[in-house]
Design a protein around this ligand. Structure first.
Ligand SMILES: Cc1ncc(COP(=O)(O)O)c(C=O)c1O
Length: 384
């Protein structure tokens, strides 16, 4: 089987797996306990915090561990919103992951005003548009950094700068970016940043919200006061050890290999676009380094992107139709719709996402398999 769905999840790196197993068997204490077992477990957690902080150029105190990207996004949104006794105004974009749009919909039901910024045909938010939609009561702007379905990178530093000089909190969902592109959070100028371990070779079920020093959030989970009181609950020590190891590996192994990934991405893109009926989606110039997405122009309501995913799976190639969370549904992709695709084409997106382990030979096999599938579904096209 050829796995080309690394945006959905990545396999844990062998060193991560080894570290998780070691901690599970040897450092199983509760980090809140004051005896030796607890203190050793607490050290494991703090070592992981240091490694993640180093990856993002922040201080360890700015990291709040969570169960993943979804929880980090909830903490960011509700942590800011609950600072206010009355509903205020929040700005977001039309291409967010549901882990942002769904909690914002909950706030809308509670009387908050939510502005959803449009995007251009590549999925990009224009900073001028953000500027035009700010209101005196705007308290939070949340814009995704790297779009999971179409790979577009937003001009986060520019967007954050607009908010910073007006005292508006800026959050970015960087789940697809951390571990794949260098992220220097102070340089980026954001106040809050979400990440998820399983997108960069750590286990599923761990992640973090990074909170700029001095920014006050209301807690998300109340209880024993762990994570500086922001997120109560006994931390999953072994998973966090894996996250810390993945952060170290990102710095030493993966980020330095970015050229390899870019080369693979561009190779795959050129080969896919040579097949009849496929069109690239998202930005080409500002794009996640491991990501290629296309629409299949000859799809219809019965033969959609999911059809291609299904046939490719039968031929031993694992890809995705849009984001993993939406792939079980047959509705048009809201992300592609926001980029101006009609309902038919918005059902026909397919995503290929690569890793440092992917080889050109795997990509060749995947493209051959896709060519066979397309030829079977659209025999009338020119296949010379
Ligand atoms: C951009 C983005 N945000 C948030 C999430 C949710 O992260 P998690 O699976 O860790 O909850 C994902 C997962 O696909 C994602 O791609």
């Amino acid at each position: 089987m050829i796995y080309l769905d690394y945006s959905a999840t990545t396999p844990p790196h062998p060193q991560v797996t080894a570290r998780v197993a070691e901690v599970l068997s040897q450092e199983w204490g509760n980090p809140s306990s004051i005896h030796q077992y607890g203190q050793r477990a607490a050290l494991v957690v703090e070592r992981a915090r240091l490694a993640l902080a180093a990856l993002l150029a922040v201080t360890p105190e700015e990291i709040i561990f969570t169960s993943g990207g979804t929880e980090a996004n909830h903490l960011a949104i509700f942590g800011v919103a609950q600072n206010y006794t009355q509903p205020q105004h929040i700005i977001t974009s039309a291409v967010e992951h549901p882990a942002i749009s769904a909690p914002l919909a909950v706030l809308a039901q509670r009387g908050w005003q939510i502005t959803t910024l449009p995007v251009d045909a590549t999925g990009r938010v224009d900073p001028e548009t953000l500027l035009a939609h700010l209101q005196p009561n705007t308290v939070l702007v949340s814009i995704i950094y790297g779009q999971s379905e179409v790979g577009t990178l937003q001009p986060i530093a520019e967007l954050a700068q607009i908010c910073r000089c007006r005292g508006i909190v800026f959050h970015t969902d960087a789940v697809q970016v951390v571990g794949r592109l260098p992220v220097d959070m102070p340089d980026l100028g954001v106040d809050l940043l979400s990440l998820s371990g399983h997108k960069f070779y750590a286990p599923q079920g761990c992640g973090a919200l990074v909170v700029r020093r001095g920014l006050a959030l209301q807690p998300w989970l109340y209880g024993g006061g762990q994570e500086g009181g922001q997120r109560s609950g006994t931390p999953p020590v072994a998973l966090l050890a894996g996250l810390g190891m993945a952060a170290e590996l990102a710095q030493t192994e993966f980020l330095p290999q970015q050229a390899y990934l870019l080369n693979l991405r561009d190779y795959l893109c050129a080969r896919l676009l040579a097949l009849p009926g496929l069109r690239l989606t998202g930005s080409w110039s500002d794009r996640l380094p491991h990501h290629v997405s296309v629409v299949w122009q000859h799809g219809d309501t019965t033969h959609t992107g999911k059809t291609l995913v299904h046939y490719l799976n039968q031929r031993g190639v694992a890809v995705s139709s849009g984001s993993a969370c939406a792939s079980g549904k047959t509705q048009p992709s809201p992300v592609l719709q926001a980029m101006g695709y009609d309902d038919r084409l918005a059902r026909c997106g397919v995503r290929f996402s690569l890793s440092h382990y992917t080889t050109k030979s795997e990509l060749d096999q995947a493209v051959t398999a896709l060519g066979e599938v397309l030829q079977r579904l659209t025999p009338a096209l020119s296949w010379s």
